[in-house]
Design a protein around this ligand. Structure first.
Ligand code: GLC
Length: 553
């Protein structure tokens, strides 16, 4: 099976959110399971600076997007059993950040068009293109357009993964032809139209052969208005092709037995060394260095939908319990201010770092005893799985992937791996926090078993990779070749940096002029020329991205 995974971010290259973790780990797991896998993403400035030296230039071509005719370079590298392709256009991608620009619609319209345009230059013709979120939502639509005349495009099947339905790619109707180069029929029949706007995600949900949400519960939730941000009826209409596949985590990177960021290693059979990480965390954050007061860890974007309003409502009640609180994250000003104030209010007992740091996050995952994640909605959530892997017991609201991964503690039969509450209510959250703190203090044996069950759960990508292979098989009509368990190759198991790159079996045939990069790449695509003539200067009458499109931080 030949899979092309199209994404706007992937670790270790570039990251703003959980999509990057998924795109960095799932393709290697698919490859390990036997699928020929390539990933395609934009060549952002940061990626070029950090990984440019490891890439090989393949060719360049020109991409037509409405009246634009823009340069597109193709670079590649081999890593973790996967071919990583990078699309280069400096005008669009040589910028400090991944998202948040006025022309994000145009940038990702270009990217999606370019993915389809550059297919003949890849080392294989994909059977499936797996798209992710609104940034790659135009791919299934462009494929349908191109497939009208060309059977090769018609044969490609598409999967759309919805990581967060809040971000839909909404633009004014005038962008349809002028920006995205689509015929008005796409809007006339409503395929790409919602509430009078072009809605890229809606178009992809309707056009993709399979749609999946990143957890089974989220797939169900998307059929209801509370979670679907206006898309509930579309999701219900498409429920015949909708599934929920739970994300995994990189179990090699996140391993308390080997993680170099830990001060002492431990495993499910013996967690006694976790105490040393706790002491180190207390020292780092200026918390009182007492071993038997439970630390509640919070690693989150500080925004309302992560449940921050619930925490603010009952923080004083929480602090009446014998606990310490460690917070890491940045976000809305009001929450940052709140935690600044709370740090002053509870010196030595609450400490907030309004920042993001991989090192400190890992210290909290391993040094804390409890991990709080009371999200209003959480498509999957990775932190609760990472926390469990480090023996830190999660306290979560029962939504999306939190519900699928955290099972409530039941004393009478000594089961579960965390604490959960159902209604989005601060009193209910406080109730389970009290339960968790009592168990920690009064029944350390039972708490220990809770930790152990969390640490032993299988959150690896192998499980999810198999489910994706089954989806690909169902839409291509091929038999899923699902091998026996074998760990995905990850960062830590990469071939030596100077190892020979894997050569594709059949090199794509390229016209001679495509073998070397042009002398003046990207900066002078035809669009710039037109600008001089005054055509590109004509303001594309499109709306600025709505706030909901400004992608997660
Ligand atoms: C988004 C979701 C998060 C999910 C991640 C990866 O960031 O908000 O819940 O884990 O995507 O799918």
């Amino acid at each position: 099976m030949k899979i092309l995974y199209a994404t706007s971010e992937a670790t270790p290259f570039c990251k703003t959110g959980g999509l990057a973790d998924v795109a960095g780990s799932l393709p290697p797991a698919l490859a390990a399971a036997g699928a020929e896998t390539a990933v395609i993403l934009p060549l952002y400035q940061k990626v070029k600076e950090k990984f440019g030296g490891e890439m090989e230039f393949v060719c360049f071509d020109y991409v037509d997007l409405a009246w634009r005719h823009a340069y597109c370079g193709l670079f590649r590298m081999e890593r973790a059993g996967v071919t990583w392709y990078f699309l280069d256009n400096e005008q669009y991608f040589l910028r400090p950040d991944l998202y948040g620009y006025m022309d994000d619609g145009e940038r990702f319209g270009f990217f999606s068009r370019a993915v389809v345009r550059m297919l003949p230059h890849l080392s294989f013709w994909p059977e499936v293109i797996h798209c992710n979120d609104w940034q790659t939502a135009l791919i299934p639509i462009y494929l349908k357009d191109d497939g009208v005349r060309d059977d090769r495009y018609r044969r490609i099947r598409t999967v759309l993964s919805v990581h967060n339905i809040e971000y839909q790619g909404r633009y004014g109707l005038e962008t349809l032809g002028d920006l995205f180069g689509l015929d008005h029929g796409w809007a006339d029949d409503g395929t790409i139209l919602m509430d009078g706007d072009v809605n890229l995600l809606k178009g992809a949900i309707l056009c993709a052969d399979a749609v999946n949400a990143v957890s089974p519960t989220y797939a169900e939730e998307l059929k209801y208005a509370y979670y679907a941000h206006g898309m509930e009826s579309i999701m219900r209409r498409c429920s015949y092709k909708l599934s929920g596949v739970l994300n995994g985590i990189d179990t090699v990177r996140y391993d308390p037995e080997t993680d170099p960021l830990l001060v002492a290693h431990y495993h499910a059979g013996n967690v006694s060394n976790k105490a040393q990480n706790k002491a180190q965390l207390q020292k780092l954050l200026g918390l009182q260095e007492v071993p038997d007061v439970p630390i509640i860890g919070i690693v989150s974007r500080l925004v309302t939908h992560k449940g921050l309003d619930l925490i603010c409502e009952v923080l004083h009640d929480m602090m009446e319990l014998p606990v310490q609180v460690a917070v890491l994250g940045k976000g809305d000003y009001k929450y940052e201010e709140f935690f600044r104030w709370a740090t002053r209010q509870y010196p030595g007992r609450l400490s907030a770092r309004l920042d993001y740091s991989e090192e400190l996050a890992t210290m909290i995952y391993s040094g804390a005893d409890l991990f709080l994640m009371p999200s209003r909605s959480e498509p999957c959530g990775l932190s609760q799985m990472i926390a469990m892997r480090y023996g830190t017991v999660p306290i979560v609201r029962e939504t999306g992937g939190l519900k699928d991964t955290v099972h409530p503690y039941e004393a009478w039969r000594d089961s579960g791996n965390g604490f959960t509450f159902a209604s989005y209510h601060s009193g209910d959250m406080l109730y389970v926090i009290r339960q968790a703190v009592s168990l920690y203090r009064d029944n350390p044996e039972a708490f220990r078993r809770l930790q152990e069950r969390g640490m032993e759960a299988d959150f690896s990508w192998n499980r999810s990779a198999k489910q994706y292979l089954a989806i690909y098989a169902s839409i291509t009509g091929e038999k899923a070749q699902i091998p026996e368990e074998q760990p995905a190759r990850t960062e830590t198991q990469l071939p030596a940096p100077n190892a020979e790159p894997v050569q594709p079996e059949k090199a794509p045939e390229k016209p001679a002029e495509m073998q070397t990069p042009p002398k003046t790449p990207a900066k002078k695509p035809a669009a710039t020329k037109q600008k001089k003539k005054g055509t590109a200067g004509k303001k594309t009458p499109r709306k600025t991205a709505k706030p909901s499109d400004k992608k997660k931080a």
